[in-house]
Structures are given as C-alpha cells and as structure tokens.
Design a protein around this ligand. Structure first.
Ligand SMILES: [Zn+2]
Length: 254
C-alpha cells in the first residue's frame, strides 16, 4: 500500500479526470490513502468538502488547511483574522490531518517578505496550538525560514517537494522534518534524504514523474515515484512501500 501525502485533487477544473477515475486509477496502482492539500482559505474549504464527500463513500481521503505564501495578497490582509477563525472551525473535520501547505517562497519577483512572514506566523501558531502536522512549502527562502521554524514547537512535520541544497537537507533532517519526495526525483538531480526519512507525494496536477512527463499528474503515479525510490535506494518496492507508508501514518495519523 502506498500513500500520496501531498496532492491537489479537490479542484474539479484542475484534475486529470473525474474524481471516480482518479480514485479508480489510484487503487489500481496500490495508492490507497490520499491527502489533498489546501492552498488558500477558499481552496482549503473545497478540500474539506471534497474529502468529506469521498470519505463518506468509503475512500481513504484526507485534507489539510493551507495558505500558500504566493496566494496571500494585499487585499487578503484585512481578512486574515476572520480566515483564521474559519480555519479553527474547519480543522475540527474528522478528515483533517494537518496544516499546509504553508511556508515561504521567494522564487518569483514581487514577493513581499513581511507579508509572507506574517501569514506563516499565524499558520504556525494554529499548527502548534492544535498539534497538527504541517506540510511545508519553502522555496529559495530557507535562510529566513529556519529561525521562524525554530520559534515553534510542532509535532513531526514534512518538508514537501524538497529540492534545495545538501546543507538545507541536513538542516531539515536535524529538525526531525520528513522529506516529501515526488516526480522531481525522477527527472532532476537533487539531494535526497535516507529512505527512513521520506514520504511519497505527487503534488498533482504538477510535477508529473517520468515516464508521464507532458501529461497531467495524478495520485496513482506515486507508484512510479516508489519505483524510482526502489532503484535509487537499491531495495525492493515492498520495502519502499512499507517504510514510506509507515512514515506517512506516523506523521498524519492515518
Ligand atoms: Zn502542493
């Protein structure tokens, strides 16, 4: 059994097929637990509705409340306190397994360091107060991220889609973060954590793994990332599945 610990399949307009097709394909590939990740207040509530609907139909689908740094605009600032209140209620959902994605992203021009920091602090407080694991998104911003992270006491969490330096990989591991490994590993030369410290994810519909580059990603492709990992770590596929599934279960309590 495999788990997709970070995907975005709740948006009907941005998915590689109907929800039925996505779940059927996932089961065929042995991907039986899926965490769909929110990226804004509105998107997170969509993730909740989607997860609750499909969980009621018997799927092992979970969701997180997230607020991606690139989704937070000047106009959203006045609503932040209200959005946090709504989040507090929403995360009582039986299918909620965490906070994320949240973090810092300085990749694209026009980012506002102060705003990203303000949002991250609010979301980390939420994660700490409610003892929720976090799916972190950090890009080109680790020097600012670590001092903020170190001010909180979080339960075991994940650095999703890590592709930064060996140094920042060590920084993440020494803080007991797990590393989210996705399709990037199948086509990019990046630093990798030991197998014991990774979880698998697709980040669908983005970051499609080989050999499906050029098509839309979906949770069933976790199987292809697991195949990559078996080759990279020189172990059986079953070993990759049992270790990464156990890690995902321990972190997200699923
Ligand atoms: Zn994502």
């Amino acid at each position: 059994m495999l788990v997709d610990t970070h995907t975005h399949i709740h948006d009907d307009k941005d998915r590689a097929g109907s929800a039925e097709e996505i779940f059927a394909h996932s089961h065929m590939q042995g991907v039986d637990k899926i965490i769909t990740i929110g990226t804004s207040p509105k998107d997170s509530l969509n993730a909740r509705d989607f997860a609750e609907k499909w969980a009621a139909k018997g799927e092992n689908i979970y969701w997180t409340y997230g607020y991606h740094p690139n989704e937070y605009y000047e106009k959203d600032r006045q609503n932040l306190a209200d959005d946090i209140k709504i989040a507090l209620e929403a995360i009582k959902s039986a299918q909620n397994v965490g906070i994320g994605e949240i973090g810092l992203d300085y990749h694209f021009d026009g980012y506002d360091v102060q705003m990203q920091r303000e949002l991250l602090l609010e979301m980390l407080q939420l994660a700490q107060d409610y003892r929720k694991p976090v799916s972190f998104h950090v890009r080109d911003a680790f020097d600012d991220f670590w001092p903020i992270f170190d001010n909180f006491r979080l339960v075991t969490s994940v650095m999703h889609s890590f592709s930064d330096s060996k140094k920042n990989l060590s920084e993440a591991l020494r803080r007991d973060l797990y590393i989210g490994v996705n399709g990037l590993s199948t086509f990019a030369d990046i630093a990798h954590a030991p197998l014991e410290r990774i979880v698998l994810e697709t980040d669908a519909p983005y970051l499609t793994p080989r050999p499906f580059r050029g098509t839309m990603n979906k949770p069933g492709y976790v199987r292809n990332i697991a195949d990559w990992a078996a080759e990279y770590y020189k172990v059986e596929l079953g070993t990759v599945a049992s270790i990464t599934t156990k890690n995902a279960q321990n972190i997200f309590n699923i």
